[in-house]
Design a binder for this molecule. Structure first.
Ligand SMILES: CC(C)(COP(=O)(O)OP(=O)(O)OC[C@H]1O[C@@H](n2cnc3c(N)ncnc32)[C@H](O)[C@@H]1OP(=O)(O)O)[C@@H](O)C(=O)NCCC(=O)NCCS
Length: 261
């Protein structure tokens, strides 16, 4: 039998920005997200600040708090197998209108924003560029990008990053800015500089060098401040490494003109 082919789409996980309360099948969705995140930490331990050991110990409530957070949206890339007769029926997620999330979750990332200038800024020694005022731009930060090994090199990471940018752009366009006004959208990531493949992936999508950060700054920017102590105390960790300024910051800045309605 030949291997199934897939269609791929990226969707936002239910979040406080999109829904007034978690959907009825929230626990199932959170469980599904946790499986992919733990797979990411297990298979790519050097790519992330956190560890499998730390997150594998999360309680259900901790997982829920990580995905249902004001100002956070998890993006999920869903693979649906296709056979000769069309898309296979999947019934893993029932009830309400979240059927688009049915399928294999083969990629994830978390997007934070919009972030105020005061919360976004890094110290001058980071060497980053000047950033605009809160009136001139919206600011976003992306973390935890991962795609499953068996679905790599098919453009999924690019799709997820472009979806994050589209989400940020849409939210910016629908914000209350006066029409005809120019507005910038700034999207940032923090990565290990030796993760060359990832650096070239972001560079190909228009991200440029925007300075250097410490591990502590990256944890805070990623919304993982509560994990810093656990990381400092995890086996094999030298706490001084968290304060060395070696993380690569990359940003993409896009200009929009808010259309007249
Ligand atoms: C990095 C990662 C997200 C890329 O996912 P992907 O779905 O394979 O990426 P794409 O197919 O969209 O690749 C986009 C581009 O990235 C670059 N790239 C990705 N993986 C690469 C690899 N193994 N070797 C060289 N270049 C690579 C290439 O330029 C590629 O474009 P191309 O296929 O046209 O040459 C995935 O390998 C992964 O999850 N790695 C482990 C976790 C990680 O490092 N996450 C990033 C943390 S910041």
């Amino acid at each position: 039998m030949s291997q199934p082919k897939y269609t791929y789409e990226t969707y936002p996980f239910p979040s406080p920005t999109l829904l007034s309360s978690p959907p009825p099948n929230f626990s199932l969705l959170v469980h599904k997200y946790a499986s992919v995140r733990l797979e990411a930490l297990l298979t790519s331990p050097s790519a992330f600040g956190s560890t499998h050991e730390i997150e594998n110990a999360f309680t259900t409530a901790e997982w829920e708090r990580r995905v249902w957070r004001e100002g956070f949206v998890v993006l999920v890339c869903v693979a649906k197998p296709v056979c000769d007769s069309g898309v296979v029926e999947l019934n893993t997620i029932t009830s309400n209108n979240l059927g688009h999330l049915e399928g294999d979750w083969v990629g994830i990332a978390t997007l934070l924003g919009p972030i105020s200038k005061a919360s976004y800024g890094l110290p001058p020694e980071s060497g980053g560029p000047e950033i605009g005022s809160d009136e001139e731009e919206t600011r976003w930060h992306m973390t935890g990008l991962y795609t499953s090994p068996e679905h790599r090199r098919k453009g999924l990471a690019k799709m997820i990053i472009n979806s994050a940018m589209a989400y940020a752009r849409n939210r910016t366009l629908h914000s209350s800015s006066p029409s005809g006004k120019q507005q910038n959208v700034r999207l940032r990531i923090m990565i290990r500089p030796d993760n060359i493949d990832v650096v070239s992936l972001y560079a190909a999508l228009g991200f440029v060098d925007a300075g250097r950060c410490t591990g502590v700054e990256a944890f805070k920017a990623n919304g993982d401040e509560t994990l810093i102590e656990r990381r400092m105390n995890s086996p094999g960790m030298r706490p001084e490494m968290m304060v060395v300024r070696i993380g690569l910051v990359m940003e993409r800045l896009e200009s929009l003109v808010v259309e007249a309605i």
